[in-house]
Design a protein around this ligand. Structure first.
Ligand SMILES: [Fe+2]
Length: 191
């Protein structure tokens, strides 16, 4: 079975993101899909070691582009707003905490993740693609912090990129991800 790259051309024209940056980023993402397919078929142990890096590189980009929208932002769903307030005090303090993850030096990702077993939200830093993922947790909101995600448009001013990203978040998708994760959890409890 081969993974097929998802087409994210609908994002071209998103405010705060040049088409050139987005197109280059889509090409990079397609490289992760190709490498995931290639490594999947290999039995070499070094390729096995590398598989999670490529796979997560593919999947995190899909979550990332998937939680962006050109004509956003959409409002948060009720359940998501409540959960964020429960876990972070207020939505404002959640946002501050998420932005602070966005300031961490290095290449990686900022995630708002949901741990179904603990019924808890976390803002986390994932180093590169594979360091720091919380086992079993579900990424709700994903922000790319590799330099290729912003350098061409913002230079070293990562904060400008983070602000543009937060304006382009599709909260409807983020809310749906939480809904899907909580209903899966209920199903497994009732099984
Ligand atoms: Fe990226």
């Amino acid at each position: 079975m081969k993974y097929e790259p998802v087409d994210f051309d609908r994002l071209l024209g998103t405010s705060g993101f040049s088409d050139k940056l987005l197109k280059d980023h889509f090409t990079l993402y397609q490289g992760y899909v190709a490498n995931t397919n290639k490594l999947y078929e290999s039995e070499h142990s070094e390729d096995k070691r590398r598989f999670g890096w490529e796979f997560n590189g593919m999947r995190l980009h899909e979550y990332y582009f998937g939680n962006m929208v050109k004509d956003g932002p959409e409002g948060k769903g009720n359940d998501l707003s409540i959960k964020i307030s429960e876990n972070f005090g207020t939505e404002k303090s959640w946002e501050e905490s998420f932005k602070n993850i966005g300031k961490i030096r290095g290449i990686g990702w900022a995630l708002l993740s949901y741990d179904p077993l603990g019924d808890r939200l976390f803002n986390i830093w994932v180093n590169e693609h594979d360091g720091g993922n919380l086992t079993g947790s579900v990424p709700l909101l994903v922000m790319d912090l590799f330099e290729h995600a912003y350098l061409a448009d913002y230079g070293l001013k990562r904060e400008g990129y983070v602000a543009a990203f937060l304006k382009a978040v599709d909260w409807r998708v983020v809310s749906e991800r939480l809904e899907a994760a909580t209903s899966r959890e209920l199903e497994s409890q009732n099984a």
